[in-house]
Design a protein around this ligand. Structure first.
Ligand code: TYD
Length: 213
């Protein structure tokens, strides 16, 4: 039995965590144990780094330092959560993974993409998601969905222009990435987006069955 690694990506307010939780649940109902993960975070080191990375009080944070901290958190997530889960036969549904580093640090912040690629090779190596879903929506919509009385984190304080670069970065990566990426219109109702996700993950389940038989 081969477990699969699914990643949900997208800018703020596109519903990643809601959909990730739903998919993990849906997989469990299909008899496929699934572990939900998130980045940055999900491990003791990752959660500490997350607090630093989101803290608006840490300003300025050099973009390269930001990139390194994201990959430091990712390194812990890979060795402590993702690889053990896959090795145990569980699926992994991850709320953000390496595409966030390309979209936010390279396209958003302007870190040379070669540097992100080098970190990707060094830290992530051969571990590639079987499916990366880009939940796509205009930044105006995503940020409006997120708007609330809570204090904005260091990323949420960024401009629409920043999120537009991030969004275009995701779309560019999906165009270059081939069949393991899908772009889903996340400006629609939650239930409609969910239907597309279940179809895509269901196909992966089907492939799995035929490959493993
Ligand atoms: P998260 O809380 O998952 O975002 P959301 O508000 O969409 O639920 O992620 C925290 C922030 O970290 C988010 O603004 C994106 C940013 N981030 C990066 O810039 N690079 C990365 O590699 C990762 C994993 C996240």
């Amino acid at each position: 039995m081969t477990a699969r690694f699914i990643v949900l990506e997208g800018i703020e307010g596109t519903g990643k965590s809601t959909h990730a939780a739903y998919l993990a649940d849906w997989l469990a109902k299909q008899g496929q144990p699934a572990v939900a993960a998130r980045e940055p975070g999900g491990t003791p080191l990752g959660e500490r780094l997350r607090a630093l990375l989101l803290d608006p009080g840490i300003s300025p944070m050099p973009p390269q330092a930001e990139a390194l901290l994201m990959f430091a958190a990712r390194s812990a997530s890979i060795s402590e959560v993702i690889l053990p889960a896959l090795a145990s036969g569980a699926w992994v549904v991850c709320d953000r993974f390496v595409e966030s580093s390309y979209a936010y640090q390279a396209y958003g912040r302007g870190v040379p993409i070669e540097q992100v690629r080098a970190l990707d090779r060094q830290i992530v190596g051969k571990l590639r998601p079987d499916l990366t879903v880009i939940l796509d929506a205009p930044p105006e919509l995503g940020l409006a969905r997120k708007a609330g009385p809570e204090k904005k984190d260091r990323f949420e304080q960024e401009s629409l222009k920043f999120f537009e670069r991030v969004r275009q970065g995701y779309l560019q990566r999906a165009r270059e990435g081939g069949g393991r990426y899908i772009v889903v219109d996340a400006s629609r109702k939650l239930a409609e987006v969910r239907k597309d996700l279940v179809t895509a993950v269901g196909q992966l389940l089907g492939h799995k069955a035929s490959r493993d038989n």
